[in-house]
Design a protein around this ligand. Sequence first.
Ligand SMILES: C[S@@+](CC[C@H](N)C(=O)[O-])C[C@H]1O[C@@H](n2cnc3c(N)ncnc32)[C@H](O)[C@@H]1O
Length: 702
Amino acid sequence: MPPVSTDSRAAVAAELAEARAAMFALLEPLSDDELARQWSALQSPLVWDLAHIGHFEDAWIGQRVGGLQPLLEEGEELYDAFRHARHGRGELPLLDPDAARDYVSRVRDRTLAVLGGESLGGGDGDPLLENGFVFGLVLQHERQHVETMLQTISISGLRHPGGRPRPVPGAGDRLVEAGPFLLGSDDAWAYDNERPVHERELPAFRIDATPVTNGAWLEFLADGGYGRRELWSDEGWAWREADGAEAPLGWGDGTVRRFGRDEPLDPDEPLQHVSCHEAEAFARWAGARLPTEEEWEKAAKAGLLRGVGEVWEWTASPFAGYPGFRAFPYPEYSEVFFGDDYRVLRGGSWATHPSVARLSFRNWDFPVRRQIFAGLRLARDGAPIEARLGPRDRRGALEADVREGLASTPKRIPPKWHYDEEGSRLFGEITRLPEYYLTRREREILEAHAGDIAAASGADTLVELGAGTSEKTRLLLDALRAAGQLRRIVVLDVDEVTLAASVARLSAEYPEAEVQGVVGDLERHLGELPREGRRLVCFLGSSIGNFDVEHRPRFLRALRDSMEPGESFLLGVDLVKDPGRLVAAYDDAAGVTARFSLNLLSVLNDELGADFDLARWEHVPRWDADRELMDIRLRSREAQRVRIPALGLEVPFAAGEELHTEISAKFRREGIEAELREAGFEPREWWTDEAGDFGLSLSSVV
Ligand SMILES: C[S@@+](CC[C@H](N)C(=O)[O-])C[C@H]1O[C@@H](n2cnc3c(N)ncnc32)[C@H](O)[C@@H]1O
């Protein structure tokens, strides 16, 4: 949509009049002397901008469309933007303010005459007139210069009503899923650099809902951000040293100087007056980066960004033409600026007219510039996944476990290696089996008591160990949200694929919370979990039953040691019950648990190049009444040798030999509470489902 209804001359005339009134109102508080002075090498004298607006309008409408002679003979020499650099314009024999005002008014009279005589609908084939483009051009130009003049006034120290960005409520970031979107605009009045609209594909990224505030910048200052070389690019550091910058432009001690006044710094106000170099150093300090302009536009068009139009936002993108770019109506608007020297800014500031601050609009400037009303918004790559167990560690750990496990008697493989993407998928299927009561019973308890758990824990951070898809956990998250407590979610799992998908979904469903995924091993990485907030650590699904008796106390002790007094631990345990039901839960009629069990061999085949033939193995779950655990094994149907090239191994299995793959201990209340106490927890609450199949224990750390 064009910014104004272009089929109506009256509407265009009204827009022109409004822009002109705004421009004169802006200059009204200033004396002629103030208008004529060059206040800064970076900005033209205001009277230059004033007459330049007239010159531009006369060149495009009076002369180009109307075929008239220039209204000011020396206009081209004095007011063409390419003729003289800004810093020298104060030396030119410029029109004085009265003459400049008179000049722009006379130009405007000619413009209105041309407008009155022209068809705005078609323009008889002249692309300049199509949909009134040329009038949109001069209108936007004037509005852009109003902002430029406000920048000049702002840095000149002149007293002026000015303006400021408004605080933007909200926080947190948004996940933007990978996928295509349409970049650019083909609106009638869009500039050449916004065209052509075309499809772009971006990987997933995260972007903050709101721009960076003064308050956040104060933390950066307090942390010595301006003196920490490692946060700055080479170019940025060179600029900082040359400029001596130690805070955003205009900042004093708790104050900000603007429009001739020192005002108290408002921590909630969007930050402005930083260079792109400062913005980048801040982003690095915050563990983030600047968004690319494509990311910014995709998120903005999806309605995910708040505070657009308060401050311009520096992006990571140099200014370049889109594929298929064609300069129109002249190369000097955009094309001559393409290249690595300039950075794109997006969004518009409080001083930008809304018709200019469209989501596809591209502003650009040198990365050293600070007089712009520009701040930033932070972005990050994809889902926030921290890999404690990167692919190399994972491979190393798998190799060590397999080498050691196959050399022992009986042979065994730890259960965590069941969980590649397929293993996690099969586990999801298991939870829906009629025989597998565990998930349903635990859910039943959570449905009844999630509110109690939220209240008793007083937590603002939920940490889930062995999280999988965190489905039941949503009951807890909803309860924390309902209590207004939810700030942070941390999920840890060995399976990166499932974790990444889960983090993406949690981020979308709980936008108020900061969501973090940790790919890690709960036997090794508990000490490295994020410690922020008051945490409720959850270990659900009776996964604790997978530890054997000697590892369980070690795990509980390590968990206790990683927690602070006042934090809570929620543990789900499957209870001892009729062996028939227990065995059925691990040997379902549809054979899903058997497939899950055998998937362990597929993992070894896929990751270590082993040649296990799954058809030569069977799933054998047994109830061990003495130890009160389900003992799950894979039995070799015949004598066979298995090769594992990655380990240089050839492993013989006798007919009927069993490979130990998993135990699932079953619990009694007294026993598990004693173990918790032994590890330094204080059991506080105990709930079971109505049938008494499953138990949920809430402990605190003392
Ligand atoms: C039985 S599932 C339970 C999933 C979920 N918590 C629930 O209650 O439905 C076990 C989960 O723990 C993960 N897991 C198993 N061993 C692990 C280990 N040593 N470290 C981290 N995660 C592990 C698996 O990838 C899987 O997602």
